[in-house]
Design a protein around this ligand. Structure first.
Ligand code: SAM
Length: 282
């Protein structure tokens, strides 16, 4: 049998519902030599339920820099490693970036085992535009920094997706209403794939009100999504454009330029220009 070269597998795990633990994720976690886990106790539970006995090593935000060389040594020695986080896709507001970068730089195969992520799950059910979006991860916890981050996003036209701690949800929503306007559409996706899943849409003012009134709104895990800013539609008034052009140009040329500037029909604008100029065709 030919020996497969070592690989680093980036393995997504459920964000709530254990049925979302894919057969491929189970197989890979059972086959690798080592699992780098954000919290070995948390992942230990998931592995026990699935009957997987692969050894684990902790890899979290506070030890990632020092653990990466040891994990790289294993990979370079031909041993396959998987990274998992507590829930969802590693590296998405979770550890793993240092190791993935080091592995790619060393020419190690890095391969995804895709699956749940709260970001995509929330976006997919939000009813907000999904064709273009920006992911902001967690907003800064400190109010001044959060307000500055939000005001920099005020004219962002794509859907904005943020992770947020429920403890800061009410104050973050109030800051969003100040930065984006209280009428901006938004969605709170709570406890996705879990027993108390809810996806609540409204204006930022309505959502602030809901979070302050409803005791359940401030519990569990949440993703906040905000509709993008409406793009100002530069509608030029063709009559006004013709007036200005007729001050400087002959009728035919004014009508032709007005059509190009406004997207209007050249014949129509020519007729209008003649009337305005009170002249015969030039
Ligand atoms: N890497 C994970 C992923 O791909 O979804 C995200 C990890 S981040 C540390 C945890 C945040 O994700 C939570 O604070 C919450 O904002 C969001 N989240 C995770 N699970 C969720 C769920 N079931 N429902 C809603 N939001 C969730």
């Amino acid at each position: 049998m030919t020996q497969q070269p070592a690989a680093l597998y980036v393995v997504a795990t459920p964000i709530g519902n254990l049925e979302d633990f894919s057969p491929r994720a189970r197989r890979i976690l059972g086959e690798v030599e080592l699992i780098a886990a954000e919290d070995t106790r948390h992942t230990g539970q998931l592995l026990r339920n699935a009957g997987i006995t692969t050894p684990m090593l902790s890899l979290h935000e506070h030890n990632e820099a020092e653990r990466t060389p040891a994990l790289m040594e294993k990979l370079l020695a031909g041993k396959s490693v998987a990274i998992v986080s507590d829930a969802g896709t590693p590296l998405i507001s979770d550890p793993g970036f240092d190791l993935v970068r080091a592995a790619r730089q060393a020419g190690i195969r890095v391969t995804p085992v895709p699956g749940p992520s709260a970001l995509v799950a929330a976006l997919s059910v939000s009813g907000l535009p999904t064709d273009r979006f920006v992911f902001e991860g967690f907003l800064p916890a400190r109010p001044a920094a959060r307000r500055a981050a939000l005001s920099a996003l005020a004219s962002e036209s794509r859907t904005i997706v943020c992770y947020e701690s429920v403890h800061r949800l009410a104050e973050s929503l109030a800051d969003m209403a100040t930065a984006f306007g209280s009428g901006r559409p938004a969605v709170i996706a709570r406890e996705l794939t879990k027993l108390h899943e809810s996806v609540h849409s409204g204006t930022l003012a309505e959502l602030c009100d809901w979070v302050n009134r409803d005791a359940h709104a401030g519990k569990g895990e949440v993703v906040v999504l905000i509709g993008g800013a409406a793009q100002p539609t530069a509608q030029l008034d063709s009559g006004r454009v013709l007036d200005i052009l007729l001050e400087e140009l002959p009728v035919r040329q004014a009508a032709s330029l007005a059509a190009r500037l406004t997207g209007g029909r050249r014949n129509e604008l020519y007729k209008q220009a003649l009337e305005k100029a009170g002249t015969r065709p030039d």
